[in-house]
Design a protein around this ligand. Structure first.
Ligand code: ADE
Length: 240
């Protein structure tokens, strides 16, 4: 997977993603990060990239030309015509696991991080294919949001998670929350590990985990239950 990211703060994304599992995937060559500093595509002698909004109002607006020039340089040399360009904005569709799965099937993706009060609408109309938000709150820029997307997308790409990491791969795939996990010690401050987990009875363990997933989802995220793909047995459990 090749990620091309247009940003005014490439160092922020570089630092954020070059560690842990995603850092290892970059090292292994499974994913590639191409960070493009929009400022380098300013034709202004002071490398200016923003200006006052037409019609007045607070804040500055990112100008269209540097963004378009940066985009053009990548389109001309690095990607196929049909490559999607995702603009991170609170005005977008709220990101979820299904979107992560869909994006993970692409060969390459482009991302645009906005800043200041916004981006000139004309360049967005020209280059953006997908408007994506990471939640109903406003960040100072798209950089943290793009890191969230890249993390969630990358862990679905074969080879990114080792067998060790992928133990929880199924979590959320069925639309439910993960069951609780325990490790050593057996007794922590008087709280012991549930008996079923040390019983060695695999069918019982699977059943217990499923029930825990269901009751936890019902308690913490009841909004997910209706959307989850439940088996008849699971539906029966919920009725009790
Ligand atoms: N940029 C600013 N706020 C954002 C949000 N909630 N999601 C995505 N990009 C953003």
């Amino acid at each position: 997977m090749n990620y091309h990211i247009f940003t005014l703060f490439p160092e922020m994304i570089e630092q954020g993603l070059n560690t842990s599992i995603i850092g290892r995937a970059i090292e292994k060559g499974i994913i590639d990060l191409n960070l493009i500093n929009i400022r380098e595509f300013s034709t202004n002698k002071h490398k200016k990239v923003d200006d006052y909004p037409y019609g007045g109002g607070a804040g500055m607006v990112m100008q269209p030309e540097p963004i378009y020039n940066a985009y053009k340089s990548v389109m001309d040399t690095k990607v196929e015509k049909k490559t999607r360009l995702i603009y991170l904005t609170p005005q977008g569709k709220v990101f979820n696991q299904k979107m992560a799965e869909e994006f993970s099937k692409e060969e390459s993706l482009m991302f645009l991080c906005g800043h200041y009060e916004g981006v000139d609408e004309r360049v967005l109309e020209t280059i953006v294919t997908d408007y994506v938000s990471i939640g109903d709150y406003v960040l100072t820029g798209g950089e943290l949001a793009v890191m969230v997307l890249i993390d969630a997308i990358s862990r679905l790409i074969p080879g990114v998670l080792s067998n060790n990491d992928s133990a929880d791969y199924e979590s959320f795939q069925d639309g439910l929350l993960e069951y609780p996990q325990y490790t050593r010690p057996y007794d922590f401050m008087g709280k012991t590990v549930p008996d079923v987990l040390i019983s060695g009875h695999h069918a019982n363990i699977t059943k217990w985990r499923k029930e825990q997933s269901l009751s936890r989802t019902l308690e913490r995220r009841p909004d997910l239950i209706n959307k989850a793909h439940l088996t008849e047995e699971e539906k029966k459990y919920l009725k009790n």
